[in-house]
Design a protein around this ligand. Structure first.
Ligand code: F6R
Length: 609
């Protein structure tokens, strides 16, 4: 979603801001802007619709240099993507950037208009700029103006503020949207994601909900929501083996698909014993706490929700624990029945997804045994607010379409299932089987990645298609859902996933020679049933593409192509079969010529509702 960067230093900070924006661009990118202050000069603001490169072009034409500045990439929520809606927004000598949504912007806008403030954008953020200016006019004290403003705005925000009367001070605050303070040598920075600042520091203070701060080159003062001075300790950002550039790859998405063997190895590092899982990973009392779990609710969004759907099959079949899975945007607004001893699991790549975070907060008063966050970002809000954490180590995922985050989430969920079985039944055959299978994953995934040339050819068939069906059964039904989601979001082809047994109850009517039907057909207990479903497609002239185990007999013809994958244990098969579907959607997107890493209308981290 939107991204914020800010800096104060002795040197010109515009290059730091621009590099930060480039690194944040994957979160949201319909417009961008900077505002900087140089001693003796007022606010210099430059904004541009489109990507950060457009802003750079504008800055080439109209340079803006200074020692204090804030910058923003925007993903439109209030007001169309256009230069006049781009941040920073200014009012009477101050400039503001904002992530999130100010829910009471309409009455505030009316009040400020009545007071004579002139609005030049449709954004909720401009309300904050004028409200700050209004309070500043009351007593000429920016900290007091910030406090008064925060007391009046409702909603989610990360805010950064500069004022030309104070060319040495950067103000910021967070509530519901992430914000970190970066520490340099006689320099300070802020950002909505530490990634934006890794070129200048790896030391961060993570602001907590309701915190606000005043930063100069040499000082960092932080207050909590009760206006008490607080110390947020400096933490060193953990670098991983994953680099932050595309390297030899054409797109981040392709790089991230190929990083999966490494991402899975890193996620599994120090989690497995010889024949069992190391439950202590979850804390010293993990065994007793896991043994108490009688029910599980999983809540997540999008791809992370699909990971939860796979886990339900594993948890119920292997651990015998009832499990339900729900999208966070529904869960957070309904009355939930929470049976005794229910564990709430939230799953998120970013750990900042507004709906998932709100679901976790909502769960706090619902009588859950405890909450567990499965997440790829150690310092994220979700991880900090959950009782337990299980981290995936996929490394930064830059492509908007989630790939390695998904497969590492599945790895973490299979590990968790195994831990639940182990604390109940001891080191059973099921446990050792899962452990062996998990260990084999990096290698089998590397084998699946060698299918890329064949999948590249297959992708050509989608060039003129407008629709596609994805079929699967059992744990592979959510994998079909994930395959359809990937195809939709990056190639803009309408795709639907069905549990293959449902085909005859309606969707079969859609099947003709123009409808590609992709099926995920591993050698599992449901294969024979799935084969009958596929015959129903063939009989209607559908273009069938099947991903199946290389050991099964193939009956290909002009309308049916089978791609063989290595045989694996049933428990890890959904992880393996994800790979060719990711490659397929990537190559179809290439054929279609879309912006693979930044598909239209989408943002990486959805920090607004
Ligand atoms: C799809 C995709 C999204 C995210 C969803 C949740 O490729 O990336 O559907 O999975 O927005 O995001 P996280 O996992 O960060 O909570």
């Amino acid at each position: 979603m939107c991204g914020i960067v800010g800096a104060i230093a002795q040197r010109n900070i515009t290059p730091i801001l621009l590099e930060g924006l480039r690194r944040l661009e994957y979160r949201g990118y319909d417009s961008a802007g900077v505002a900087v202050i140089a001693a003796g000069k007022g606010i210099q603001r430059v904004r541009a619709a489109g990507k950060v490169i457009e802003l750079e072009n504008s800055l080439d034409a109209l340079p803006a240099n200074g020692h204090l500045g804030i910058a923003h990439t925007r993903w439109a929520t209030h007001g169309k993507p256009a230069e006049h809606n781009a941040h920073p927004h200014v009012s009477h000598g101050l400039a503001v950037v904002h992530n999130g949504i100010i829910e009471n912007h309409a009455p505030l806008r009316k009040r400020l208009k009545d007071l004579g403030y002139v609005f030049t954008s449709e954004t909720d953020t401009e309300v904050v700029a004028h409200l700050l200016a209004h309070h500043y006019a009351e007593n000429n004290e920016l900290l007091a103006a910030l406090r008064a403003t925060l007391a009046e705005i409702h909603g989610a925000y990360a805010l950064a503020v500069i004022h030309e009367d104070q060319p040495e001070t950067l103000y910021c605050s967070r509530m519901g949207s992430p914000l970190v303070v970066g520490e340099g040598s006689e320099e300070r920075y802020i950002a909505s994601d530490p990634l934006a600042l890794l070129q200048v520091t790896d030391c961060f203070r993570y602001l907590e909900e309701g915190d606000y701060a005043r930063l100069t080159m040499n000082t960092c003062e932080i207050w909590d929501r009760n206006h008490q001075v607080v110390d947020r300790p400096i933490k060193r950002y953990e670098h991983s083996a994953h680099s932050l550039d595309k390297g030899e790859y054409r797109h981040f998405m392709l790089k991230e698909i190929f990083e999966q063997p490494l991402a899975i190895s890193e996620t599994l590092a120090s989690t497995l014993g010889n024949d069992h899982v190391l439950t202590a990973l979850l804390g010293p009392d993990a065994e007793t706490r896991l043994a108490d779990v009688a029910n599980i609710h999983i809540v997540a969004c999008g791809t992370s929700y699909h990971a939860g759907l796979v886990a339900r099959y594993w948890i119920e079949a292997q651990a015998g624990i009832p499990c339900q899975v729900e999208v966070a945007s529904e869960y957070r607004y309904r009355t939930v029945v929470v049976p005794a001893n229910t564990l709430l699991i939230t799953i998120s790549q970013s750990g900042e997804t507004a709906d998932t975070l709100a679901a976790l907060r909502y769960s706090k008063n619902q009588g859950y045994l405890s909450s567990l966050a499965i997440c790829n970002v150690a310092g994220s809000s979700l991880v900090r607010e959950a009782d337990w954490r299980l981290l995936t180590h996929a490394g930064p995922e830059i492509g908007v379409a989630s790939t390695k985050a998904f497969t590492t989430q599945l790895v973490a969920l299979l590990w968790l299932t195994t831990a639940l079985v182990q604390v109940r039944n001891g080191i059973t055959e099921q446990v050792t089987n899962n452990v062996r299978a998990l260990r084999s994953l990096p290698d089998v995934i590397a084998q699946a990645l060698t299918l890329e040339p064949r999948i590249t050819l297959l992708a050509e068939r989608f060039a003129n298609k407008h629709h596609a069906l994805f079929l699967g059964r059992g744990t592979h039904y959510p994998i079909a859902m994930e395959g359809a989601l990937k195809l939709k979001e990056i190639s803009y082809i309408h795709a639907e996933a069905y549990a293959a047994g449902e085909l005859k109850h309606g969707p079969l009517a859609l099947v003709d020679e123009d409808m590609p039907v992709v099926s995920v057909a591993p050698s599992d207990s449901l294969l024979e049933k799935l084969k009958s479903n596929l015959e129903e497609v063939r009989a209607r002239g559908g273009q069938l593409i099947t991903f199946a185990c290389e050991t099964i007999e193939q009956t290909d013809d002009a309308n049916h192509e089978t791609i063989g994958l290595p045989w694996v244990e049933e428990c890890i098969s959904p992880i393996l079969y994800t790979i060719p579907l990711q490659l397929l959607s990537y190559h179809v997107a290439l054929v279609k010529g879309t912006d693979v890493d930044k598909p239209r209308n989408l943002a990486k981290s959805v920090t607004v509702e």
